[in-house]
Design a protein around this ligand. Structure first.
Ligand SMILES: NC(=O)c1ccc[n+]([C@@H]2O[C@H](COP(=O)([O-])OP(=O)(O)OC[C@H]3O[C@@H](n4cnc5c(N)ncnc54)[C@H](O)[C@@H]3O)[C@@H](O)[C@H]2O)c1
Length: 284
C-alpha cells in the first residue's frame, strides 16, 4: 500500500476553494484515495459539481458553500463537521485569488478582499479547525497554499505576492507552534510552480485598468502554454502531504530557483531588481 493510500485512504478532508483549479484537483485525488471529501467554495454550484464528480467515480463527497474571508463561516463548518464526523483528518486552505495593478490603483475593496481571502482565509481556517483537532487528539494534516511567489516579487501583482509571503511565514510559525504544543498535527506549505487553472481568467474587480488586463492576459497565456497538467500537479501535492513533508512543490526546480534568487538578494542587500522572466513578462 502506498503512503498516500495508507494516510489518506480514509477519514474526512476539507478543501477550500475546491470548486475549480487546484482545490478541485486535490479534492478529486482525495476522493479517489477513499477519503470523505468536503468540497467547499464560495460558488456553491461549482462545489456541488466537483462533489458530484467524486461521487460519480464511486467516492464520498459533500459540497458546502463557504466564503473563507468570513471567519464565522469557517467556525460554523468546523463545529458542524466535528459534530457529524467526530474528526477531520486533513484541512487544505487552498482558496486564493489574483489581483493585478499598481498598488495605488487597486481599489480599497479589492485590496481588502485579496488579503482577506489569501491570508485571513488560511489563518481563520486554522483558528476554526485546530482546537477541534486538538480535542479529537488524532493525527491530522494541515496544508496551506503558498506559491513560488512566496519567495520573489512581481510588481503589479503586489497584493497577491504580499499575501503569499505572509502565508509562507504563517505556515512556518504554525508548524513550530504545533510542535511546541506537542500536537499530532503536521503542517505543509504547498508551493505550486505553475498549474493550468482559471486563476487569471476573472477580471480583478470592476474597472480593471487596461495595463492590468494586458498583464492578466499574458499570464493566462503563459499558464496555458507552460503550466503543468492540473491532475498531475495535484497528485504530486497529495503524495507529498501524505509523506508529512513541510515543503510540498509541484515543480521543485522552480521553488529552488526562486529561493536561490531571494537568498542572493537578501545577502547582497541591493535595491530590488526584476528577474529576467519578470522583465520579459512586463515588457511584452
Ligand atoms: N495555479 C497556479 O499555478 C498557482 C500557483 C501558485 C499558487 N497557487 C495557489 O493555489 C490556490 C488555488 O489557485 P487556483 O489556481 O486553483 O485558482 P482558481 O481561480 O482556479 O480556483 C480558486 C477557487 O477558489 C474559489 N474562491 C475564490 N474566493 C473564495 C472565497 N472567498 N472563499 C472560498 N472560495 C473562494 C473560487 O471560486 C475558485 O473555485 C490559490 O491559493 C493560489 O494562490 C496557484
Amino acid at each position: 500500500m502506498s503512503i498516500e493510500q495508507e494516510v489518506f485512504g480514509s477519514g474526512v478532508a476539507v478543501v477550500t476553494g475546491a470548486g475549480a483549479g487546484i482545490g478541485s484537483g486535490i479534492a478529486r485525488r482525495l476522493g479517489q484515495l477513499g477519503m470523505h471529501v468536503v468540497v467547499t467554495d464560495i460558488a456553491g454550484d461549482r462545489a456541488e459539481a466537483v462533489a458530484a464528480a467524486i461521487r460519480a467515480q464511486g467516492g464520498r463527497a459533500e459540497a458546502q458553500t463557504l466564503d473563507v474571508s468570513r471567519p464565522a463561516e469557517l467556525d460554523r463548518l468546523a463545529a458542524d463537521l466535528f459534530r457529524r464526523h467526530g474528526a477531520v483528518k486533513l484541512l487544505v486552505n487552498n482558496a486564493g485569488i489574483e489581483t493585478i495593478g499598481f498598488s495605488w490603483e487597486v481599489p480599497a475593496e479589492r485590496w481588502e478582499t485579496t488579503l482577506n481571502v489569501n491570508i485571513h482565509g488560511a489563518v481563520h481556517g486554522v483558528r476554526a479547525f485546530v482546537p477541534h483537532m486538538l480535542k479529537a487528539g488524532q493525527p491530522a494534516w494541515i496544508a496551506n497554499l503558498a506559491s513560488v511567489g512566496s519567495f520573489g516579487v512581481m510588481p503589479t501583482q503586489t497584493a497577491y505576492i504580499m499575501s503569499k509571503h505572509a502565508v509562507q511565514s504563517f505556515s512556518e510559525c504554525l508548524f513550530l507552534e504545533l510542535q511546541m504544543a506537542k500536537a499530532p498535527i503536521r503542517v505543509s506549505s504547498v508551493i505550486p510552480g505553475m498549474l493550468k487553472t482559471s486563476i487569471f481568467d476573472e477580471a480583478g474587480g470592476k474597472g480593471e485598468p487596461p495595463a492590468a488586463s494586458h498583464h492578466r492576459k499574458v499570464m493566462r497565456e503563459l499558464m496555458s502554454t507552460y503550466g503543468m497538467d492540473l491532475d498531475e500537479g495535484c497528485q504530486r501535492i497529495v503524495a507529498q502531504i501524505a509523506e508529512g513533508r513541510f515543503w510540498v512543490s509541484t515543480q521543485p526546480e522552480m521553488t529552488t530557483g526562486m529561493i536561490a534568487g531571494r537568498v542572493d538578494f537578501l545577502t547582497r542587500q541591493t535595491d530590488p531588481t526584476l528577474s529576467e522572466q519578470a522583465r520579459h513578462l512586463l515588457e511584452s
